[in-house]
Design a binder for this molecule. Sequence first.
Ligand SMILES: NC(=O)c1ccc[n+]([C@@H]2O[C@H](COP(=O)([O-])OP(=O)(O)OC[C@H]3O[C@@H](n4cnc5c(N)ncnc54)[C@H](OP(=O)(O)O)[C@@H]3O)[C@@H](O)[C@H]2O)c1
Length: 303
Amino acid sequence: MNAPAEALQLPKLGLGCSPIDPGGEARDLAPVIDRALDLGYALFDTAELYGTEAAIGASLARRPGARSSVVVVSKVWSTHHRPHLVESACERSLRQLGLTELDLMLIHTPQAWRPRDQPPHLLSIEAMQRHARYGEDGGRFVPDDVPLQETWGALERLRDRGLVRGIGVSNFAAAHLRTVLTTGGPPSVHQIAHSPMAPQTDVAALCATHGVTLMAHSPLAAPGLLTQPAVETIAAARGWAPAQVVLRWNIERGVIPLPGTRCHHHLAQNLQTLQMRLTEHERATLTALSGASLSPPAPAPAQ
Ligand SMILES: NC(=O)c1ccc[n+]([C@@H]2O[C@H](COP(=O)([O-])OP(=O)(O)OC[C@H]3O[C@@H](n4cnc5c(N)ncnc54)[C@H](OP(=O)(O)O)[C@@H]3O)[C@@H](O)[C@H]2O)c1
């Protein structure tokens, strides 16, 4: 049986630890992770793809006792959906993090890929990042024929071995989610792009029905979101930052936002949303933005 999110005691907000900001600039996350731990962040979202697992591990190692109060989430990349690779990927993530157990391991995307001219194998971080950036990469990668049930089964075995406490998915459409739900499931969490302008209501409803906790990746990144008049008006009236308005909207819907930042001021600002509260009217105004067409919500690429 998969651990429900309550059993994992998930914090209401986490730090996104992907190394690239939406502008495409790489960032050194080590100082940010150190600062986040000092401020009291208790959830760190990473992935084997990101190459930031070692920085999180090093930061935790410098703080004896911190590990027990921190939730670490990682993800298996789409070139590693074959069951033996799920296992190797998880073991490598644990080594990178310097941990014996992950709190959550997710399937990063539902699509499986493999190198065209080589047998499927564990890719280096650089090769995964190249695949994430260029997709088929001039024909170097082709779709792999791995049923999602097999990948999910491999995650279940990792949990049964005690290498991960909970398992989940990311970027799954409702149909992918139903495949997992009929296989064993339910996942503890589902991580999707989620904001007032792109609330993914069909997937969110399915998750609510099956007790799957939603995590919002890229919660601030939808183009034009932070300058929406409704967001700016609430922010100005409350003396909040627009980002805080959006993060708080997620939290009050029971969705765990995972904002990324390399700015220490934003790091503190985002954490402060845990102490804020929107009025019912403000919440409804933000929810009504889902039909806004000023900036079409492009689905964030898997990162
Ligand atoms: N599962 C997936 O496929 C997937 C896909 C994408 C992302 N993710 C996860 O989601 C995390 C966040 O995604 P993301 O970084 O793409 O998008 P994001 O967190 O929505 O946006 C990051 C941008 O927001 C800015 N920002 C952060 N706090 C702010 C504040 N208080 N005020 C104004 N601007 C602020 C950052 O700039 P500054 O640095 O200047 O603060 C940065 O440019 C990732 O790190 C990763 O963990 C997962």
